[in-house]
Design a protein around this ligand. Structure first.
Ligand SMILES: [Zn+2]
Length: 445
C-alpha cells in the first residue's frame, strides 16, 4: 500500500498538471539492485535478474490497473536504458573531484541497506528495523558531500522547495548539524548485484549514484538520445517517501551540481500509511494488499480514499470502517447522486442542456474552481478534493434545490464539460513559478 500511496499521489499531480494545460512527462520506476535482492534471489535459487524480472512486472501490472498515467517506467537493472547515464554520471563526479576512495570503518544496517551513524540509532538499534547494525570495514568510494554544505543551505532556502514545510525545516536542521561524506560504492565481494564502478570493476556502485539517477536516465541524459528539455526548461517535481527524503534533499542536488545539471524545483514528501492505527507489518498481520481493496471497492474508490484521507506529507491510516464510511458518504451519496441526477436531466433534455446566462451559480462555480486550483497548485490535494466536494454537496436533496437544479442545470455540466473548466484553471509556467516563489517567500518571513 505504501507504493500505491506514492504512485497515486504522483499520478494525481500529473493529471492535475495536464488538466491545467501543462505538457507533462511522468516517470516512475523500480530500484532493483542491492544486497537484499541478491539474498532473496539466493534463497529462492534464482539469479537476481530472474528475481526482478519475475517481481517487477507484478508492480507494473498493479500500477496499470490503478491507472497510474506514467509515461516512462525506469528499471535500474536495465543495462540499455539506465546504466549508460549512471556510468557517465559517475565519471563526471569523478572528474569533478567529488569522489574519493577511502578505507571505511562504519556501521551498516542490513535492513536499510545503508551505512548508518550512531546518531541514527535508538538504544543501539536501527529505529526502523529494530536490529543492531553490523560493524563493517572496507574500501569505498566516497562522495564528498560535506564540501557542499553551504551551497545546499542556500539551495534549500532559495530554490529547491520542500513540501510540506515541516520537512523543509527538518532538512535544514539536519544540514546545520553538519554533513558527512557518503559511501558511494562497496567492494564486489559485499555487493555484486549492481552497476560496476567505471575504471574500478572490483567496486559496485551503491544505491545513490545508481537509483537516484533514474530521474535523468529516463530522459537519456549524457547519451546520444538525450531528451534534456524536460528537465532544463520544465519544472521538475520529485514525489518520494519520508524515509528517503534527506537523500533526495541533500545528496541528489549535490550530485547534479557536480555534473553541471540543474537541481530539481521541488520535492514532495509523503508520509507512511498505518493500518487500523498500527504500523503495517507482516508480523502484526495487518498488511492491507491493494488488491483486497480493489476487488471490494474498485480502483477509483481506492484512489479517492488515499487522496482524500491523507494530507500530503503526513502519515495516514487505512481503516476498513473509515473506507466504507467515506465510500458511502462521499462517493455513493454525494457524487453518485449528483451524477445520476445529471444523467437523468441529460436524458430528459435529449442529451443537451442549455446553460442560463448570468445565474449566480455561474460565478459560484468559477470561484470554487479558482479555490480548488489554488490548492491543487500548492500540492494540497486533500484540501483540493474537499473544496471540490463543497460544490458537490451544495446540492441538498430538497425539493427547492431540485427545482433550482432543473432551472440551472449548468451547475453539473460545468463539472463534466472539460474545456470551460480547463480555461478557468490553466496557467502558464511563469505564473506557476511565481506561485512556488510565493510559498518560498512566505516561508522565509
Ligand atoms: Zn535499518
Amino acid at each position: 500500500m505504501g507504493h500505491v500511496l506514492e504512485k497515486v499521489l504522483a499520478d494525481a499531480c500529473a493529471r492535475w498538471m495536464r488538466l491545467r494545460g501543462d505538457e507533462v512527462r511522468f516517470q516512475t520506476g523500480a530500484d532493483e539492485h542491492g544486497v537484499k535482492i541478491q539474498q532473496t534471489a539466493d534463497r529462492e535459487k534464482l539469479t537476481p535478474k530472474e528475481l526482478v524480472d519475475r517481481n517487477v512486472p507484478l508492480f507494473q501490472d498493479l500500477y496499470t490497473r490503478l491507472q497510474i498515467s506514467a509515461d516512462v517506467f525506469v528499471r535500474t537493472s536495465d543495462k540499455k536504458a539506465h546504466w549508460p547515464t549512471v556510468i557517465e554520471l559517475w565519471k563526471k563526479l569523478r572528474d569533478a573531484g567529488a569522489l574519493q576512495k577511502r578505507t571505511y570503518a562504519g556501521l551498516y544496517c542490513s535492513g536499510c541497506e545503508r551505512f548508518v551513524t550512531v546518531k541514527d540509532l535508538a538504544n543501539g538499534l536501527c529505529p526502523d528495523h529494530k536490529i543492531p547494525p553490523q560493524e563493517v570495514k572496507e574500501e569505498n568510494w566516497f562522495f564528498l558531500l560535506s564540501a557542499e554544505q553551504r551551497w545546499l543551505a542556500h539551495l534549500l532556502q532559495n530554490e529547491y522547495l520542500i513540501i510540506p514545510e515541516f520537512r523543509a525545516k527538518e532538512t535544514l536542521m539536519l544540514l546545520e548539524s553538519g554533513l558527512a561524506d557518503v559511501s558511494f560504492s562497496r567492494p564486489k565481494s559485499s555487493l555484486s548485484w549492481g552497476v560496476p564502478v567505471p575504471g574500478d570493476e572490483d567496486q559496485t556502485m551503491y544505491v545513490w549514484c545508481d537509483a537516484l539517477t533514474n530521474y535523468i536516465s529516463g530522459l537519456g541524459f549524457f547519451t546520444d538520445h538525450e531528451n534534456a528539455q524536460w528537465w532544463n526548461e520544465g519544472e521538475v517535481t520529485h514525489v518520494i517517501g519520508k524515509d528517503i527524503a534527506r537523500f533526495h534533499a541533500l545528496i541528489w542536488p549535490a550530485m547534479l551540481k557536480n555534473a553541471n545539471v540543474r537541481p530539481p524545483d521541488r520535492l514532495l514528501i509523503h508520509g507512511f500509511l498505518t493500518s487500523e492505527g498500527e504500523k503495517m507489518s507482516k508480523t502484526t498481520g495487518n498488511v492491507v494488499a491493494p488488491d483486497d481493496v480493489i476487488s471490494k471497492y474498485g480502483v477509483d474508490a481506492l484512489r479517492f480514499f488515499l487522496a482524500h484521507e491523507i494530507p500530503v506529507g503526513n502519515d495516514g491510516d487505512f481503516s476498513w470502517k473509515r473506507f466504507g464510511e467515506l465510500y458511502d458518504a462521499k462517493m455513493r451519496n454525494q457524487l453518485g447522486n449528483l451524477l445520476n441526477r445529471v444523467l437523468v436531466l441529460l436524458k430528459k433534455e435529449g442529451g443537451y442542456v442549455k446553460i442560463p446566462e448570468g445565474s449566480k451559480d455561474v460565478s459560484r462555480t468559477s470561484e470554487e474552481w479558482k479555490a480548488f486550483a489554488g490548492k491543487m497548485d500548492a500540492f494540497d490535494l486533500n484540501a483540493g478534493i474537499q473544496q471540490a466536494f463543497g460544490l458537490v454537496s451544495a446540492s441538498p436533496r430538497s425539493a427547492a434545490w431540485r427545482s433550482h437544479f432543473v432551472m440551472s442545470p449548468f451547475f453539473c455540466c460545468r463539472l463534466s464539460q472539460g474545456p470551460r473548466i480547463r480555461s478557468a484553471g490553466s496557467s502558464t509556467s511563469r505564473t506557476r513559478r511565481r506561485c512556488s516563489e510565493k510559498i518560498l517567500q512566505s516561508r522565509q518571513k
